[in-house]
Design a protein around this ligand. Structure first.
Ligand SMILES: Nc1nc2c(c(=O)[nH]1)N[C@H]1C(S)=C(S)[C@@H](COP(=O)(O)O)O[C@H]1N2
Ligand SMILES: [Mo]
Length: 523
């Protein structure tokens, strides 16, 4: 400390303690506000206040937990939150008072608090390094706020005696204005983080508590032999965890089913609004459908088969009664993505569903919880809207959709395709019988035949696995009498219209074509 009364030094100044405390509290608010906002991207568990609170709960001795729940009941979490806020406010005020005296002291307190939050966030189960970001960025924002407020603190000479009454000079006003901005930033951050985060938790909690009704129309039993039984071939039923995910959502939309509504409007006689309760009370249909992405290259894996539960879209459209001239339905998701689907594909007898279930469970959040569309025979970009909230009956001539605005075709029927999964290309195999196996699909037309060609020989029929329906893919195997040397093996599938084309085409604008092929070395 400087020696009091040193004549060479400028007169010592001191800011009112109350304003220093205010600066600290504002900086604390900015810290938790920024942290809360950042946690929207890194997960609710990484929110500094939540992480510290959760770590505290985990570290609470059983007797204290017992006391808290017996005293406060289900309000124990609220009490914890309030207690945490009070403790934080006290510590932040202390940091402000210290910073007004000496910046380094106050900054040290802020950094220590930030470090506690960071450690708590990283210590949560399943935390990755991104969990550190809310505390880190929040602390930086808090330090910047504290410094700029301390710099604006109205100061007076320490020994100047009583100030004239109403000392609200311009510096005091500037400080209060800066504080008000800080308070606003902090509160907006907190509110945004809390409200959006709460919506997310509501979706997660609702999903966890959900029991889907039994289908009115169950899926037909799946024949035992749909799986060809060759190791290395993808399962006929794709486990939801392995199901490909394609969407434009940086943050998974959090849609609470209890507030979910589907609006059906446009070229209809009656606008319809469907609630979650009404949807679940409807006659639900179960169907196996293979979903494919238009961006799947030949031989690629952006395709999967699952059992979906949902209400046929035609039922909802029948209530709305599309008017003459309508030929398209523009479906829209909660995050504003759109797809244009031919009206016919949604009103004919196929299982075009407003799906709520996948593999007997509510849709996973990433696959569109609570409601998505599934339309057999069409690529996802023109049909499979996840988190769907709006159906506008319209005309292809009048409206376009997310990907059709970006150069993809208006119509997107799935192209008949085949994939060799075993052996993998470049493999070394022994001469003799080599099992070649894979999967083919021609959704809503059905696979009628699959053939394999070795080098430039004749196409030879393979053995098809059991048929799980025309909307699902089909596995096959081929026992190849392999002779030594380098060989190329290709595959082609047939639908009722004939063989798939061998002409190679890129995925843009309406799906890849060409034969999948492997090269193997036979010893
Ligand atoms: N809301 C929304 N739905 C969407 C998309 C999207 O970007 N946003 N992508 C579509 C595309 S291109 C495909 S291929 C499928 C993929 O569905 P999945 O992620 O459940 O496999 O979802 C479709 N539904
Ligand atoms: Mo897609």
């Amino acid at each position: 400390m400087t020696v009091a009364g040193s004549t060479a030094a400028p007169p010592r100044t001191r800011a009112p303690v109350g304003l220093g405390a205010l600066a600290g509290v504002v900086a604390g608010l900015v810290t938790v506000g920024v942290g809360s906002l950042v946690s929207l991207f890194t997960g609710a568990a990484s929110d500094p206040l939540t992480a510290v609170g959760a770590a505290f709960v985990d570290a609470t001795p059983p007797w204290l937990k017992e006391f808290a729940t017996s005293t406060f009941g289900t309000a124990d979490k609220t009490v914890l939150r309030i207690g945490e806020a009070l403790v934080l406010a006290l510590l932040a005020a202390t940091a402000g008072i210290l910073a007004a005296r000496r910046w380094a002291w106050g900054a040290t307190v802020v950094v220590l608090l930030g470090a506690v939050a960071l450690a708590a966030a990283l210590g949560r189960p399943g935390a990755t390094w991104t969990a550190a970001l809310p505390s880190l960025l929040g602390t930086i924002a808090g330090l910047v706020t504290l410094q700029s407020l301390v710099a604006r603190l109205p100061r007076r000479a320490e020994d100047a005696g009583p100030q004239p009454a109403g000392s609200s000079g311009p510096d005091r006003r500037a400080f209060l204005q800066a504080s008000a901005i800080g308070v606003a930033v902090g509160l907006v951050g907190l509110a945004a983080g809390r409200l959006l985060g709460a919506a997310g938790r509501a979706a997660t909690a609702a999903r966890a508590a959900l029991h889907l009704p039994a289908p009115k129309v169950p899926a037909p039993p799946v024949p035992a032999g749909v799986d060809v039984g060759v190791e290395g071939v993808d399962p006929w039923a794709t486990p939801p965890d392995d199901f490909y995910r394609i969407d434009t959502a940086l943050v998974v939309p959090q849609v609470d089913p209890n507030t979910w509504k589907l609006r059906v409007h446009g070229l209809v006689e009656h606008e319809v609004e469907l609630t979650w309760a009404e949807l679940l009370a409807s006659d639900l249909v179960e169907a196996w459908v293979t979903l494919a992405c238009v961006s799947n290259p030949v031989g690629g894996d952006l395709v999967g088969n699952q059992r979906w539960l949902g209400l046929p879209v035609r039922e909802v459209l029948a209530r709305a009664r599309p008017t003459a001239g309508a030929d398209m339905v523009l479906s829209r998701s909660a995050d504003g993505w759109t797809a244009s689907t031919p009206l016919e594909a949604l009103t004919d007898d196929r299982n075009a569903l407003l799906a709520v279930g996948m593999d007997g469970e509510p849709l996973p959040l990433v696959h569109g919880f609570p409601v998505r569309m599934v339309v057999p025979g069409l690529y996802g970009y023109v049909s499979a809207t996840k988190w769907v909230v709006d159906l506008e009956v319209t005309r292809f001539a009048d409206a376009t959709a997310y990907w059709t605005d970006r150069g993809w075709s208006q119509r997107g029927p799935v192209k008949t395709q085949s994939r060799i999964e075993v052996p993998s290309t470049g493999a070394h195999v022994d001469a003799g019988t080599v099992v070649v196996a894979g999967t083919s699909w021609a959704q809503h037309r059905g696979i009628t035949r699959v053939q394999v060609q070795v080098d430039d020989g004749a196409w030879d029929d393979v053995t098809l696995a059991d048929d799980g329906g025309i909307d699902s893919w089909r596995q096959w195997r081929y026992d190849w009498p392999a002779t030594s040397g380098e060989h190329t093996v290709r595959v082609r599938a047939f639908d009722p219209d004939g063989p798939q084309t061998g002409a190679q085409a890129d995925v843009v604008p309406d799906g890849a074509t060409g034969y999948d092929e492997i090269s193997v070395e036979v010893r």
